[in-house]
Design a protein around this ligand. Structure first.
Ligand SMILES: [Zn+2]
Length: 296
């Protein structure tokens, strides 16, 4: 069977905002469950978000997390830079009326700092993912300059101005972003163009609990329907789709949600889907494009 949809499982590892939930033991317990689940169901190919924020600027770049990231990558996964600049504020960092994602200087500083830090310890980031789908043209340009040529921030159709998220007219499947606008697909991507793999979307509406592959907000039945719509789009357009599936480490000790996650991953694999890393997705996309171009 030739896969009709290549999907990247994105795992958001933000710590809980409660004081108990934010201790290392509590976080590591959920991270370890996640790693075992990802190994069992998708051959280790999970895209794990590494949190940084005003509150925890460096915490996830130190032990015991560094050792965990090492085993994550050894098991076949990849690491994603995930700055949570707004929600995890400190008394000094709080901004009342705007997202830090609109502060170009701040974002460029954080991205450069963290990209370098992970390179130095031999665990380079494979991609970027904005907090709650936030992204701007300026951030995209910084990603391109710093060698982060993969992005997983997109949610086609979704607009959340307070979080610098505007995906109103974005393509529903993987695409190279145009230099002028991250919302537009470039027909002639350059070597440093950023490849976007958006959240799986049914094309019907913009309710995060109904129209997207957003595990915790949705139900098994709704996730199946969204998946079926993505498979249908692939058949209709006669081209494979490249999408991401979003879940979070905070739900990994919840039996009902963990079962839902295992069930939907199995469903997607059985129904024409293939789990891949973001790096693999981009390579497959390039090969398909090249074969199509050569055939012209
Ligand atoms: Zn997050």
């Amino acid at each position: 069977m030739v896969p009709l949809v290549y999907f990247v499982v994105v795992i958001d590892g933000d710590p809980s905002r409660s004081s108990v939930g934010a201790n290392d033991h509590y976080i590591m317990e959920r991270y370890n469950i996640t790693l075992e689940l990802v190994k069992k169901h998708i051959d280790g190919k999970g895209a794990m978000c590494v949190h940084t924020s005003p509150r925890y600027r460096n915490r996830f770049f130190l032990s015991p997390f560094i050792e965990f990231w090492e085993s994550w990558v050894k098991s076949g996964g990849e690491l994603i830079l995930h700055p949570e600049e707004d929600v995890y504020f400190t008394p000094n960092s709080r901004q009342d009326d705007d997202s830090y994602y609109n502060d170009s200087e701040h974002m460029e500083h954080i991205i450069r700092l963290k990209v370098e830090q992970m390179k130095t310890i031999g665990l380079p980031f494979a991609a970027f993912r904005g907090a709650l789908f936030g992204l701007t043209n300026h951030i995209t340009a910084v990603l391109s300059k710093t060698g982060l040529h993969l992005d997983l921030s997109g949610a086609p159709g979704l607009v959340l101005p307070e979080r610098a998220a505007d995906w109103s007219s974005a393509p529903p499947s993987g695409y190279y972003m145009s230099k002028n606008s991250y919302l537009k697909s470039s027909s002639r991507p350059a070597k440093d163009s950023v490849f976007e793999i958006p959240l799986g979307w049914d094309g019907q509406g913009t309710d995060l609990s109904r129209n997207y592959l957003f595990h915790e907000r949705s139900t098994y039945r709704r996730l199946c329907k969204v998946w079926d719509a993505v498979v249908e789009r692939s058949k209709r357009n006669k081209t494979p789709q490249f999408v991401n599936f979003l879940c979070h480490t905070y739900s990994m000790r919840n039996t009902k949600l963990r079962t839902q996650l295992e069930d939907i991953l199995d469903y997607m694999k059985q129904k024409n889907g293939k789990p891949v890393t973001a790096v693999e997705a981009k390579k497959i996309y390039n090969n398909i494009k090249k074969t199509a171009d050569d055939g012209l």
